[in-house]
Design a binder for this molecule. Sequence first.
Ligand code: HSE
Length: 380
Amino acid sequence: MKLALLGIGTVGTGVYEMLCASPAFEVSRVLVREGKADAPYKCTDIRTITEDSEISVVAELMGGIEPAFSYLSAAIKAGKHAVTANKALVAEKGIELARLARENGVSFLFSAACGGGVPFLHNLALAAEGDEIVSLSGILNGTTNFMLDRMQRMGMDYAEALREAQQRGYAEADPSADVSGLDALRKLMLSCAVAYDKLPAEGFCREGIESFTAADVAHIQSLGLCCRLIVRGGMVGEKLYAFVEPVLFPATESECCVLENYNMAKYVGKNAGPMVFIGQGAGRYPTASAVVRDICSVGSAREMLREGCEKVSADNSVCFERYYVHLPKAFGNRFRSEQLWDEGETLRLISGKLSVQEMHAIANEIREKGGSIFFAAMGE
Ligand code: HSE
């Protein structure tokens, strides 16, 4: 099989090495930036690839929306199967690319865009075909899982943990996408689109780990709890909920055993029951392995974004949680608390049940008024 890669960064290099190690593949072309074509197989003009009739698959590994979208569209129109690891691109333009792929009779696959090496989306797509997906949840960001693990198991501070995650090649080029929960949210968007034919393009709630401190670690550990960044999605009637937030679990729960850069992606099938996928969610070779799996499946894989898949608004007023909250005392009256720790200027509390939407709105309001807040759902 002859193929082309668009981009040769962290994941692209892994894919290139894996493909070169197998006689079944020939990487004919690698598209690089202007001035960087320092070998005969490297090119800078997408037409070198689209006009080569022997190339049957194009794998986009450059990141960003443009020119990735234009290049992949051109490749699909030229009859090439398209594979990408680019979650921002699929979240924004995936429905359009899937339609283009259908019109041109080629595959559009993006397993590596969700869960690194974890074979989640591919299996979710199969399950969605024959079963009803009751819910989606899990840990979908390797960087923050690595940081939370380092902070809670090894006492590392936030900045040091982030630095190490970056050095290991887990973080996005702009790591604020990881720590703010945006990367996990994009993966949840893709999972909802695959499971429900609905891509939550607005109305979602997102909270990352930016306000989690060593003092929070000490307090939750004294309660026997452990923090993970969790995504949740599903349907309540006709309403799609989709949110990302820190969750505190009893330290013996399976989520707390997900260490380092690992992810844990779950779906509950009406007939299959809970299905859990665990593996490395970030890093060059785990992610490259998912790209190569997609390359091996072009032409035969089930469509990931089916016809009729549409962008919708999520509604998180249908989900209710109890929350652990650390906030300035002046805002304590925003919550009905079941447990309270008075720390002078600040309070820690466990709230009664409130909707996910309400909790995120209160946190936004407190921040707009200059207060700082950490909150996490009680995983029960
Ligand atoms: N920055 C991402 C993560 C890479 O940490 O999960 C894999 O998608």
